[in-house]
Structures are given as C-alpha cells and as structure tokens.
Ligand binder design. Structure first.
Ligand SMILES: Cc1cc2nc3c(=O)[nH]c(=O)nc-3n(C[C@H](O)[C@H](O)[C@H](O)COP(=O)(O)OP(=O)(O)OC[C@H]3O[C@@H](n4cnc5c(N)ncnc54)[C@H](O)[C@@H]3O)c2cc1C
Ligand code: SF4
Ligand code: SF4
Length: 459
C-alpha cells in the first residue's frame, strides 16, 4: 500500500514523464506517446501487487526513495551541496579531440562514453538518438565508439527507455545509461530493487536538465523554419555558430526536400524561460544536476565559457572511478578541464534552480490549496520570501506550458500555425509584462539597448 502520492496519483495528475521504470518493475505496462507528444504509462493491466512494485520505482511517487536517500546510499562519503547534491569533483571542460563541434556542448559526454567502450568497461551505451520508428528520437544501444560518435547532440524531445532496457535486461552484458535526472533516478530505483540489473548498468551518466520538451517542440521549430510537422524527417536541436556566443545557437530541420538552419532565439518558443511544451511532470521535479548519477554533464552557462561558441561542459563527478578517468584524460591532453567551485557550477544553472526551488514551492502550495494531490518533495510548499511578481511569473510560466501543449495540438489538427501562435503570443506578452514589472527601469533600458545593438550587429 502506498502512502500519500503513489503511482496512481502520478498518473491521475498527468505527472508521468514516460520514463518506463514501472514497465521494467511490474510487467504489463504500455508506455506510449499521448496526444500531446509525451510518453505516458498505462497501468490498467496491473494487479495491486504489481502496482505496488511499480510505485516503488516511479520518480514522482511517494513510495519511491528520493534523490537524497539514493545518493546517500550510493555516495555516502561525499559532501552534499544544496544544488549539486553529493559531489566529488566540479569542473568546466571540453573535449580536445576532433569532433567537438558536432556535440551540443563541450563534447565530454560522448568522449566519456567512447572511452568506457574503448577500455572494455562496458559492452554498450544506452542513450537517445534518431529513430526509424514513429517518433523522431528513441533510446537505443550503441556498441562501438563509432556508434557513439554518430549519436552526438542533445535531444529535446520526449522518450522512454522501457523497450530498450527490457531488451537488454538479463543478456549478461554491461551498459552505461545516459539520461535526464528523473530517468537516471528511475534506473537507480530499479537497480535498488534488482541487483542483477544493477550489475548490468554500472555507470549512470546524467544530463543537467532545465525541463523536458514534448515531441511538439521539434514540430514547432520545424514549422517556424518553413517545414510543416508532417514533412519533418530530422532535426538537430543545436548547431553551433562561430559568429555568436555559445547559448545563441542555431537549429537545423530537414524535410520535404529542404534543409534549413534558423536561430533558436528568433523563434516564438525557443526561450527556455517560457517553459513551452514542458510536460506537467517537470513542474514537480527538484533535481537539476542528476544527483543520483555517477557523473553529470551540462552546459557551462557562466562566464567566461559563454563566450566560446564551440561550447563548454560543466561536469559533476560522484564516482571515484569516473573522476579518476576524467583527470587522467586531462593529464594526457585528451580533454581541457578547469576545476570550479560547486557554487560556480550551480550559478551556471541559476534559472533551472529557481524553477526547481522557489518555483516548485509555489506550485506545490497552489496545488495543495486547490485540494490536489502533490508528491513529497525536498522543498516545502509555500510563498515565504517571494515577491508577488515572482509568484505571478511562476504561475504564468505554468500557464504557458499548458497553452503550448493544448494550442499546438489544435494547430496540428487544423494545419494552421496561427491556432498555436496567437494564444502563445498573448501568454508570452503577459509573462514579459510581469517580468518587466519586477525589473527596475534602468536594468530594462540597458537590456533593451543591448538587444537593439545585438540586432544591429547581427549577433
Ligand atoms: C531535455 C534536456 C534538457 C537539458 N537542459 C539543460 C539545462 O537546462 N542546462 C544545461 O546546462 N544542460 C541541459 N541539458 C544538457 C545539455 O543539453 C547537453 O546534453 C549536455 O551539456 C552534454 O553535452 P555534450 O556536448 O557533452 O554531449 P554530446 O557529446 O553532444 O553527447 C550527448 C549525449 O547525450 C545523449 N542524449 C542526448 N539527449 C538525450 C536524452 N534526451 N536522453 C538521453 N540521452 C540523451 C546522446 O545520445 C549523446 O550520447 C539538457 C539536456 C536534455 C536532453
Ligand atoms: S515510472 Fe515513469 S513511466 Fe511509470 S508512471 Fe512513473 S513516471 Fe510514468
Ligand atoms: S525537469 Fe525534472 S522531471 Fe522534467 S525531464 Fe528534467 S529531470 Fe525529468
């Protein structure tokens, strides 16, 4: 029996992120894309006992151990930072091997995965890449360094590991698993229940996460680049541009015989602060740095690394073995690595942390006040120490996520971009008005001048 917010409540409240943990734990669970482009589990075939098993591995269920408990078990001797969780090393770095430009950021994720394979520490890598199936992207297994190199780049789109992990389970081989924090936590929870599976996935590699995007994000970016959703065959979410700073990247869509590049910051919904196409699950998440992973990679969204268009990673290590590996690669000149304080690493994710700390407190308090079931999180619900504007901004962001998912579904149905763009623009105007009200006039004026100057010089 679950206490509080169990897996049934997760599904009722639309908080399922579609990871697939429950399918591995409980058996007959179908995890499929819903009408909003997000994977959702269907538990209707499960017996009460199977549901209880599923609930223990669901990252949004109160029956599951939280990130503090899991990281405490795994990395007991390491200090805990309020943002990074348990940590051994904290770095900024980049690959010194050719091919960094094809990666999203500094290329260290691919480099580490290649190295694990090359050294025979794993037989395969479970990560996300292009798919030939119904969705553009899916979890897959890479078994050689060459395969890993072919799957570089960030996939800002919903996926599920249910099928792939089930396919390799019990095959006697060892794998590195790559995922956003909640997916890594789901695998850590599964491994806790099943020692054989734990032996099969000795390395969990986390990706820092701002929020997930439904499959609609790719379609919206594509539509804005002149390729209608039905014609879209592939998308590269991050194409580096030597004329701009690291965060001002392009994206590339292919379909209908065309291939188009466009600036992400010229789109209606490419600003991550708007929370466009964010699944509801991400409104109830408090893990930015994949605190249960052996190593975590993200973007060094902090000076001076922002100026390097080629991209720089932040890295948080928790496993001694992987920390040694990273340092060894630095010593032989394969990677460049600067040691950073945990505070500096945390600063690189200031927006994501606000969303998952103060923002989460507001959403939990709002939902509780509305009599809705909410999961137990590592922050307390409440509004203390937050301004009216900040609270309004958190709420409007949630509204924007909802509008984007609902209006885009309608726009797709009608084949009419305006059915999405109109309500979304209205919502964004309101968001910006709230933001402006909380920003002093001088700061607003300076950022307007900066934006104008950037336009004039085309950067
Ligand atoms: C949904 C999402 C949100 C993110 N939000 C942030 C953020 O707010 N701040 C931040 O600093 N970083 C964020 N990241 C991480 C960032 O985009 C880069 O993935 C990370 O910095 C690694 O870059 P790299 O150059 O080392 O990786 P690369 O060398 O490009 O390799 C990327 C590796 O990750 C795998 N991969 C890509 N997408 C996925 C996925 N969805 N699930 C599982 N494996 C995947 C690929 O298969 C490949 O092996 C996010 C990533 C995702 C997927
Ligand atoms: S374990 Fe994952 S797929 Fe299953 S209900 Fe929870 S979030 Fe959804
Ligand atoms: S924001 Fe949290 S819940 Fe959403 S995908 Fe990222 S880790 Fe998972």
């Amino acid at each position: 029996m679950h206490v509080g917010h169990g897996i049934e409540a997760v599904l009722q409240r639309g908080m399922c992120v579609g990871c697939g943990g429950c399918a591995l734990a409980a058996g007959p669970v179908r995890v499929a894309l819903n009408s909003r482009g997000v994977y959702q589990a269907d538990l209707s075939e499960l017996t009460p006992a199977q549901r209880a098993n599923a609930s223990r591995v669901c990252p949004f269920s109160d029956d599951a151990a939280d990130e503090d408990v899991l990281a405490g078990e795994q990395f007991a001797s390491l200090p805990r930072h309020p943002a990074l969780g348990r940590h051994l090393g904290a770095y900024a770095g980049r690959s010194a091997r050719p091919g960094r430009l094809e990666s999203s950021s500094g290329g260290l994720t691919s480099l580490l995965l290649e190295e694990l394979l090359r050294r025979g520490l794993v037989d395969g890598v479970i990560h996300v890449g292009r798919s030939d199936g119904d969705a553009l992207f899916a979890y897959r297994v890479s078994r050689s360094a060459q395969d890993v190199r072919a799957v570089k780049g960030s996939v800002y789109s919903a996926t599920s590991f249910a099928e792939v992990l089930a396919a390799v389970r019990g095959d006697g081989r060892r794998y590195a698993f790559v995922g956003v924090p909640c997916f890594v936590t789901a695998v850590r929870l599964l491994a806790r229940e099943d020692p054989a599976l734990a032996g099969q996935v000795p390395y969990l590699v986390g990706l820092v996460c701002g929020h997930l995007k439904s499959g609609f994000f790719a379609e919206s970016l594509s539509w804005q680049a002149g390729v209608k959703p039905a014609a879209l065959t592939s998308i590269d979410f991050r194409v580096k541009n030597p004329h701009r700073r690291a965060y001002s990247y392009d994206y590339r869509v292919t379909g209908g015989g065309k291939s188009r590049d466009r600036r992400i910051d010229s789109t209606l919904d490419g600003n991550w602060a708007y929370g466009a196409f964010q699944p509801e699950a991400c409104n109830f998440c408090d893990d930015v740095f994949a605190e249960t992973a052996d190593i975590t990679f993200g973007d060094a969204w902090v000076a001076p690394y922002l100026d390097d268009w080629r991209g720089t990673n932040i890295v948080v290590t928790r496993s001694r073995e992987l920390d040694d590996l990273v340092r060894e690669l630095r010593d032989v000149g394969q990677i460049e690595l600067d040691e950073l304080t945990p505070e500096r690493v945390a600063l690189s994710q200031a927006g994501g942390l606000r969303h998952r700390r103060d923002g989460l407190r507001v959403r939990l308090a709002d939902d509780r006040a509305a009599g809705l079931s909410v999961p137990r999180k590592r922050v307390e619900p409440g509004y203390e120490a937050l301004t009216e504007q900040r609270i309004a901004l958190v709420r409007q962001r949630r509204v924007l996520s909802r509008i984007s998912l609902e209006a885009f579904a309608e726009a797709r149905r009608q084949g009419r971009w305006a059915a999405y763009a109109r309500p979304m623009r209205r919502g964004i105007r309101r968001y910006r008005a709230i933001e402006a009200a909380s920003t002093p006039w001088v700061v607003r004026q300076v950022s307007r001048w900066k934006a104008r100057a950037r336009k004039l010089i085309g950067r």
